[in-house]
Design a binder for this molecule. Structure first.
Ligand code: IFM
Length: 760
């Protein structure tokens, strides 16, 4: 297997921290659920987690979080009455790898048990073809005859951060299909896991022990013979549109077993072939960048929502319950562009999720602060759109007290982020069904929210947005954050465009919509606000002030600031944080704005602001590096861009990230940074941008790279773009429906279906 298509380890480190990080690196997922990269015999203490997308639960006053399913992938052996586990048995060798081409996790462990050598192999995948299904091939070989007992089935000891989420667990055996079914604690939603094995050796019994529903297989092994069996497990919840989750799970595993391992794997592989055809990016001349970027893309592909689910992608993907499984602006601003430009059928689900949760956003607007109009999306959004973010969202490790944070009530840019993504989808796909399905309503409600939040400064004849948090979360309750004001302006602009579009193209739908939300008397306000909203402009040196009076803050270096920390996990923001009185910022803020609104700012302004803010940015959020990388490509410092590109691209493959903020555990994967890696490659080094008229490519190939090749979808048609030094080749698919204009380094070309275009 090509090393650029896999990640691998050749030892097992028996330490909690390592097991936790490996669980993230080697996770597999299929949009429906994620399965952490843990070993077959592991349990909750090793953070085994099968996290189900889109189903949440709350226990007592603890945080609401996604539900982890009972582990249908569990298998443990005893050899001559000795338990065999990488945790307790002598491990002679261990290798594991994750195949990126098809999301297959493999492990091989050789143990020494009572003078005998036993080799365990297993491969697992979560079907990309049948989302509820997981499949495992498990083999064992002993070097001498041995008495082996295999315990395999469903482990109901579940790792939860704030659980126990499943109540009334019932463990059954229905004609050799093991079934565990239960209800969620809060809403009583039904969850079922079924498991079946395909085994042709040993004596098989059913047993319930230690909260596990098991097949126990006794076997006298022959020296050197390999014994292989297959496991099929299925997870269903009440969110699946099935009459009975139990019956659906049983049916699913029964059919899978009948089809057999090879067929299940082939169907799964076929889906993966398609995913990579749509989404791969090739970098020639730089294996490190290639592998990290491909791994980042892989991370996005495994968590792309199941078609028709209207689910979105949490900030820690499906790597566990961290960050409450919540959806942040990370999705729209950092992940969505990847899907929009490569896999729009997934981008549309992300947007449907925001339509589905619009009522939650309306509830939040009404109840937050003095009460607002329109849609104020949840900072941490779960299934119903209500905000999972608490008012005291971070614990102080010095005092043990919870800190008042204003992420929930003041990070108002979230609504505009949603509106912008919604419009981008329409712009680049020309598909207006999403607007008609509720997307237009989302946009208008977001504009309505900003209008009700904005303050009209009569002296200055301008609208201002006061008392907010911008992307830099270390400075709370600031006025006129440049980023937020720009996002609000863009929202008004988009709302005005939406109105004009619907009025002309879909007058009936327009009428129905404005009646439904009773907004006709307010539309003129959006036109006025678009014009009159205050946008902080560059000062004489060209620097844009991040918010009112930012320039008056103390200029301390990050090093100096950090030297005064009492605790390594201490949070630098909130009320008393060390960064609050200083210019030290957590993450890209003005630079994020320059990246989002590229065409509004010159190269010089980008450079000046990058240089001003970069030394003051802690990059304390994984969202920061890619913004700095992309803006650096814009003003031509490709070495800086590359440095930040590697930071964002390697975050999850290297897994060296911090896992605590304050007292909060947040060890999981970083799909926003993964999306940032793709954006830096394609938008940054590839110089790609698109609007309703054309695709623009201004290549900025990094010195080390010989070729950058990627795939794009534009208005439903697909293209491969190859950038080499001094040349660009565009390959439109033969099955494309239309010709499209590309502007390559200022040269306009028409790309007709099947006609390769070469530009020197
Ligand atoms: O959305 C981000 C935020 O910008 C910084 N803190 C972490 C959140 C989730 O990734």
């Amino acid at each position: 297997m090509n090393t650029l298509w896999k990640v691998s380890a050749d030892s097992f480190v028996n330490e909690k921290e390592s097991i936790m990080r490996m669980g993230n690196v080697y996770q597999i997922a299929n949009g429906y659920m994620g399965y952490r990269g843990t070993l077959d015999e592991f349990g909750p203490d090793e953070l085994v987690g099968i996290t189900i997308a889109g189903i949440f639960d709350r226990v007592g006053d603890s945080w609401r979080e996604p539900v982890n399913a009972p582990n249908g992938g569990y298998t443990k052996l005893t050899v001559d009455n000795n338990d065999v586990s990488a945790l307790t048995t002598s491990v002679k060798s261990h290798t594991q790898n994750l195949q990126l081409e098809n999301a297959l996790f493999n492990r091989e462990t050789t143990y020494e048990v009572a003078g005998k050598t036993i080799v365990v192999n297993s491969s697992r995948f979560l079907s990309a073809d049948t989302p509820n299904l997981g499949v495992i091939k498990y083999s064992l070989t002993t070097d001498k005859a041995a008495k082996v007992m295999i315990n395999t089935g469903i482990d109901c000891n579940i790792w939860d951060l704030n659980g126990k989420h499943l109540v009334n667990l019932r463990l059954e055996n229905r004609d050799n299909v093991l079934l565990v079914h239960a209800e969620t604690n809060e809403l009583g939603k039904r969850v079922a896991v079924a498991e079946m094995i395909d085994i042709d050796f040993g004596k098989c019994k059913h047993e319930i022990a230690d909260n596990k529903n098991l097949h126990t297989i006794e076997l006298e092994t022959e020296a050197g013979t390999t014994y292989t069996f297959y496991k099929y497990f299925a997870v269903f919840t009440e969110n699946d549109t099935v009459a009975s989750v139990n019956d659906a799970a049983i049916k699913n595993v029964t059919e899978a077993k009948l089809a057999g391992y090879e067929k299940c794997l082939n169907d799964h592989n076929a889906q993966w072939t398609k995913k990579w055809q749509y989404c791969d990016v090739e970098i020639d001349g730089d294996d490190e960048a290639q592998q990290a970027l491909r791994y980042s893309i892989f991370q996005l592909l495994i968590v792309a929502p199941v078609n028709g689910s209207a689910n979105s992608i949490p900030a820690r993907a499906l790597s566990g319950q961290v960050y409450k499984g919540a959806i942040f602006w990370d999705t729209e601003m950092f992940m969505f562009p990847f899907f929009l430009y490569t896999y729009p059928e997934k981008a549309v689900e992300l947007m449907r999720y925001r339509i589905k949760t619009l009522d939650g956003a309306r509830r939040k607007a009404k109840t937050e602060g003095v009460g607002f109009e329109g849609a104020f999306y949840a900072w941490e959004s779960q299934d119903d759109g209500d905000d999972a973010c608490t008012y005291f969202n971070i614990g102080d490790p010095n005092t043990g007290r919870d800190l008042r944070t204003h992420f929930r009530d003041k990070q108002v840019h979230i609504s505009g982020d949603v509106a912008i993504a919604m419009w981008e989808y329409f712009k680049l796909t020309e598909d207006d069904t999403l607007l008609l399905e509720g997307g237009a309503e989302v946009i208008l409600e977001c504009a309505r929210f900003y209008f009700s939040y904005a303050y009209y400064n009569t002296n200055k004849n301008r609208y201002e947005i006061l008392d907010v948090i911008g992307p830099d979360e270390y400075h709370e309750r600031v006025n006129n954050n440049a980023f937020t004001n720009m996002v609000a302006k863009a929202t008004f602009e988009i709302a005005n465009k939406t109105v004009n579009y619907l009025k002309h193209k879909h007058p009936d739908a327009f009428k129905t919509l404005i009646q439904k939300i009773n907004i006709s008397g307010e539309l003129h306000r959006f036109v006025e606000a678009e014009k009159l909203i205050y946008i902080p402009e560059p000062n004489n040196e060209g620097v844009i002030e991040q918010f009112d009076a930012y320039f008056k803050l103390k200029d301390t270096s990050i090093k100096e600031l950090k030297a005064t920390m009492i605790h390594p996990n201490e949070y630098l923001g909130a009320g008393q944080g060390l960064a609050v009185p200083t210019k030290v910022i957590k993450q890209a803020d003005v630079v994020m704005m320059l990246n989002m609104f590229k065409t509004r700012y010159s190269k010089e302004i980008k450079k000046v602001n990058w240089q001003y803010y970069e030394p003051r940015t802690e990059h304390g959020s994984s969202l920061s590096a890619c913004a700095y990388a992309m803006v650096a490509t814009e003003f031509g410092d490709l070495d800086f861009a590359y440095e930040y590109f590697l930071k964002t691209a390697k975050i999850d493959i290297e897994a060296k990230y911090k896992v605590y903020v304050g007292t909060i555990f947040m060890g999981g994967s970083h799909p926003a940074a993964n999306g940032g890696a793709w954006m830096t490659a394609v938008f940054g080094f590839g110089g790609v941008s698109a609007d309703e008229n054309q695709v623009t490519i201004n290549p900025r190939l990094y010195t080390k790279w010989n070729k950058l090749q990627f795939n794009l979808v534009y208005k439903g048609d697909r293209f491969t773009v190859k950038i080499t030094r001094g040349a660009v080749e565009i390959l439109p698919l033969t099955m494309n429906k239309n010709s499209h204009t590309f502007i390559v380094s200022g040269q306009s070309v028409v790309c007709a279906p099947g006609n390769v275009v070469f530009i020197k």
